[in-house]
Design a protein around this ligand. Structure first.
Ligand SMILES: Cc1ncc(COP(=O)(O)O)c(C=O)c1O
Length: 355
């Protein structure tokens, strides 16, 4: 069976060279005679992996000097409650609501304090200060940098005086971005960073002192920071893959090169959507995602025909999220330009035959 082009929203496509290194490491790892899955997290070979993963992520995000990098579990969804549990302490926070995942983050945060939601839209993201001032006493501002389901993305940093928290699950490390301006960045790995099973969290060191000390141990950021993500057994294999993906990003020329390539890929598909009445793009043009291109033919039956026919031609994962329907092409870092070219050709032919 040959591999097909993968447009899945996540778990998503990974670099082929990384997959090959995974195959080898599962069998035998670092000259130890043991496979990676059978290797202790306290062994020197794995310690080297996690230290390298921290160093590479710190370098790529530009936060080595300022933030602790943690490898946690429970997905980005666990961060929806860990952030407010640690920082809210019955106070208030502001959330920008730009689609399903931010709505879920808001729902969890409301269990722990007052949540102000001054902006809501599923078609676009707000301008840098569009929501106005946050109320006095606001502990932090939370936003979702890329809305995986809606296909919208911030192209500017939200401006605020309070600590800034971002769910960057579907666009972390996809472009040069002022990551260091955030106090907490978190991402489930399974889109741009690696496989499902690990969540990357970068938290500003000074913020650790503000975290609630009364929480259960496993929910406290300072505990994970102090124990170098080894308070309990961390997800060793996903961390290995994240380390290899970061090495791959650095080999590609780092975020400037990755970002330029991602821009070109997205541009190619948006040009098709803009080029004819046949297609309907779902996101407002100034908020379009470079990671998840959401669109439709306007006819649900025709959309189904498209993703079914595409799958038969080796273009997998184009069905839109079940909550919104339509079509979605997820073109994360590791999605090669050739895959996007193949999709563009397919769309052009589909339009010719069905338009
Ligand atoms: C932006 C965003 N946030 C959060 C999540 C939830 O992540 P997880 O499944 O790792 O909990 C997702 C999943 O797709 C996502 O795209």
């Amino acid at each position: 069976m040959t591999r097909v082009h993968n447009f899945s929203a996540g778990p998503g496509v990974l670099p082929e060279s990384v997959l090959q290194q995974c195959q080898e490491a599962i069998w035998e790892f670092s000259g130890s005679g043991l496979g990676l899955l059978e290797t202790s997290h306290r062994s020197p070979p794995f310690e080297a992996v996690i230290q390298s993963a921290v160093a590479r992520l710190g370098r790529l995000l530009g936060v080595s000097e300022t933030h602790e990098i943690l490898f946690l579990t429970g997905g980005a969804s666990a961060q929806f409650y860990m952030v407010p549990m640690n920082l809210l302490r019955q106070g208030r926070a502001t959330y920008l609501e730009t689609g399903t995942w931010s709505t879920k983050a808001i729902r969890e945060a409301r269990r722990f304090g007052q949540i102000d939601v001054p902006f809501t839209s599923t078609e676009r993201v707000p301008g840098p200060t569009e929501w106005g001032d946050v109320p006095p006493g606001t502990a932090y501002l939370h936003y979702t940098s890329n809305n995986t389901i809606m296909g919208t993305e911030y192209h500017h940093l939200p401006r605020t005086d309070v600590p800034l928290v971002v769910d960057a699950s579907s666009n972390m490390l996809s472009r040069p971005w002022p990551d260091a301006a955030h106090d907490i960045l978190y991402a489930g790995a399974q889109k741009n960073l690696g496989p499902a099973g690990v969540t990357v969290v970068a938290i500003r060191r000074e913020l650790l002192d503000a975290c609630d000390p009364e929480l259960p141990t496993l929910l406290r950021y300072p505990v994970h920071a102090e124990k170098d993500s080894m308070f309990n057994t961390p997800p060793t294999f996903p961390i290995f893959v994240v380390e290899r993906v970061c090495a791959w990003i650095e080999e590609q020329g780092g975020l400037p090169a990755i970002g330029a390539r991602n821009d070109q890929k997205a541009q190619k598909l948006y040009q098709i959507l803009d080029g004819s009445e046949f297609w309907q793009g779902k996101a407002s043009p100034d908020s379009r995602s470079r990671m998840n291109i959401t669109f439709s033919t306007g006819d649900p039956a025709l959309d189904t025909r498209l993703h079914t026919a595409a799958a038969k031609e080796g273009l997998s994962g184009l069905k839109g999220h079940r909550s919104v329907g339509g079509l979605r092409a997820s073109i994360y870092n590791a999605c090669p330009p050739e895959a996007v070219d193949a999709l563009a050709d397919f769309m052009t032919t589909f339009e010719r035959t069905h338009g």
